[in-house]
Design a protein around this ligand. Structure first.
Ligand code: NI
Length: 309
């Protein structure tokens, strides 16, 4: 692809939204101020650097309806922006099926099969058998996820969330697949379940990690990775910055959670895998290393955990 074509695509996918811009005006100002203090910070975000880098987005939801208008156009262009692979995370049985469809169409796209804590309310064993069958029959299913606990929204009763989280950990152990864990305002219960049900036998990633450094170290000791996404670029995330400082790069994964969690400076717009450049630049800045090193090591981490070829 020629450079002018790439620039045109970049503009097109930037998804200019005046509403979003206004809504995020405050955090944009904060980001600009931060850049003024650290003039080197945005180096990793320049267009030229983006195309030279290769990385894996370990957490996306490209079956989300917000991609209905331009999903194929966007996914077909991903390689030109340095995206080697995406792990698309299912959230319910329907989303497992649409993830499998995407995997069929894009041989570089991998899938995680599972039922999200928001969606476990009222499900039965049939949902779990479906997840099992999808995972067993498709080689590029690389994980069981997105599974876990969400006590912030409480869309499903907590006891049901816990039961289905445990059951899906058992499923992952049976299939010998790592788990992709969602945990929001449920740090202690998540850790207890992971420890009590010996999820370290398969390992996995704590997606959008938001706990403290001490707990991060405990997860790392159990062989888990921590997923770092747009949140690390947000203002007032001191605890997360300490985690990124304190945990070796060998235990971190890059992720977007597209279409959610868009990093600064694009908060308020739809997220997609290309936005990882902002996350990688922030990690490099925090750790005082090159962006290239962040890409290299986290790509190896993702390949190792998910068996990506
Ligand atoms: Ni997610």
């Amino acid at each position: 692809m020629r450079i002018e074509e790439k620039e045109a695509l970049l503009k097109k996918f930037a998804g200019e939204s005046e509403e979003g811009k206004q809504a995020e005006a405050t955090s944009e100002n904060a980001a600009t101020a931060a850049n003024a203090e650290n003039p080197g910070e945005s180096e990793g975000n320049s267009f030229d650097e983006v195309v030279e880098h290769h990385f894996i987005d370990t957490h996306g939801h490209f079956d989300d309806p917000s991609f209905d208008e331009d999903r194929d156009e966007l996914l077909e262009a991903m390689h030109d922006f340095g995206v080697l692979n995406i792990v698309n995370c299912a959230t319910d049985v329907k989303s497992c099926k649409s993830t499998l469809k995407l995997m069929k169409r894009y041989p570089w796209l991998y899938g995680a099969m599972g039922i999200h804590p928001h969606e476990v309310k009222g499900i039965d064993e049939d949902a779990i058998s479906a997840v099992y069958t999808f995972a067993e029959e498709n080689e590029r299913v690389c994980a069981i996820g997105e599974i876990g606990l969400d006590y912030h929204y409480d869309f499903s009763p907590r006891d049901e969330q816990q039961d289905w989280f445990i059951e899906q950990i058992e499923l992952a152990k049976e299939l010998e697949l790592p788990i992709i864990v969602h945990s929001r305002e449920a740090a202690k219960d998540t850790m207890d379940i992971i420890r009590d049900y010996e999820a370290e036998r398969v390992g996995g990633v704590i997606h959008a990690y938001s706990g403290d450094l001490e707990m991060a170290e405990e997860y790392v000791r159990m062989g888990f990775y921590l997923g770092i996404g747009g949140m690390v670029t947000f203002p007032k995330v001191k605890k997360l910055i300490r985690v990124v400082e304190g945990i070796p790069l060998e235990h971190l994964l890059l992720e977007t959670d597209s279409p959610y969690m868009t990093p600064v400076p694009n908060r308020g717009k739809r997220n997609d895998s290309r936005q990882i450049v902002h996350v990688a630049a922030k990690i490099a800045e925090i750790k005082g290393i090159s962006v290239q090193k962040v890409y290299e090591v986290t790509t190896q981490n993702a390949k190792r955990l998910f068996g990506i070829k």
